[in-house]
Design a protein around this ligand. Structure first.
Ligand code: GLY
Length: 310
């Protein structure tokens, strides 16, 4: 069975000054996730590892580097899902947690629930001894400056996701050596969101979905649009109907653009190792590792290969 990991660092109009760091970041995360699979780890371990890597990288809007809400606070959302059992765990509006994806996995594995939010999620983190960090330490100077510049701006859809104003989400999908698929998605949400706003990322079928029968998806882009079309599940519906993972992604993103004027992106893998990285924003940093090496891109139609650096 061919093992594959695909990651994204968010679909938006990534400015040139963040381009190299974004591409380097997704390449490192994909290599990290793939190393887990090479060691015999499962798809779930691989996507958690890859997303943690990007949560720790300040260039991305997740964990360290997250955007701030209208009150200048960080509120983080994440999901993880196991395609072999359809188990998933998610957290929303958590503070003080550097790796929300690991907390989401704990919700999946240690509770009878699927989503914990806000204070309850933080209390649960405390109860299982998860390390907390001062929320302020998650905010970078770049984000503080961007927030100051844009704090009177109202969040929009396609147009804003194609300006430098948006800053979005990380995610990973993987298939392991026994053909199980998994997905994970993590985000600080959209800059200047209302306090308590929950986006697509922690909502099953929207920010991510994984089912061995069809594949695994992680989405990025304007959360309210993704929620309206249940983007991750919509993509897999088309895979189930016989389209390739690439055609399904293109179809669903175009549907979201036509139907609700939403822009975004997605990564998909199925259990036979076919994968796609697709977006309707100006740019999306993505990387994949399969039997042919490390693939990556940033601009539309860009697909570079780096077989030596796995
Ligand atoms: N796609 C992330 C969000 O809208 O919150």
């Amino acid at each position: 069975m061919s093992v594959v990991v695909v990651v994204h660092g968010g679909a938006w109009a990534i400015p040139d000054e963040l381009a190299k760091a974004s591409v380097d970041g997704v390449k490192a995360a994909a290599r990290d996730g793939f190393a887990v699979l090479k060691r015999g780890g499962c798809a779930l371990d691989a996507v958690e590892e890859a997303v943690k890597n990007m949560e720790d990288n300040i260039v991305f809007n997740a964990g360290h580097g997250a955007t701030q809400n209208t009150d200048g606070e960080v509120e983080l959302d994440a999901i993880i899902m196991d395609g072999s059992t359809l188990s998933s765990g998610a957290v929303s509006s958590v503070k003080n947690i550097a790796n929300p994806v690991t907390l989401a996995r704990a919700v999946m594995e240690k509770t009878n629930h699927m989503i914990l939010t806000s204070r309850g999620a933080n209390q649960f983190a405390e109860s299982i001894g998860m390390t907390t960090v001062p929320t302020d330490s998650l905010v970078t100077e770049y984000e503080r400056n961007e927030w100051e510049k844009h704090k009177t701006y109202v969040t929009g859809v396609r147009e804003e996701f194609n300006t430098h104003w948006a800053h979005d989400t990380v995610g990973a999908v993987a298939v392991d050596s026994v053909g199980n698929v998994a997905c994970a998605t993590s985000t600080g949400g959209i800059r200047n969101k209302m306090v308590g706003r929950v986006g697509d990322a922690p909502i099953i079928g929207c920010g991510g979905y994984a089912d061995n029968f069809s594949g695994a998806v992680s989405c990025t882009g304007h959360g309210e649009s993704i929620l309206k079309v249940t983007l991750a599940r919509l993509i897999l519906l088309h895979v189930e109907q016989g389209k390739s993972v690439a055609e399904s992604s293109q179809w669903a993103l175009q549907y979201m653009a036509d139907r609700v004027h939403g822009a975004g992106g997605c990564i998909v893998v199925n259990r036979s190792g076919q994968w796609a990285a697709t977006f309707t924003t100006k740019r999306m940093a993505w990387a994949a590792v399969d039997h042919d090496g490390l693939w990556y891109g940033l601009d539309p139609k860009e697909r570079l290969n780096d077989s030596l650096s796995i």
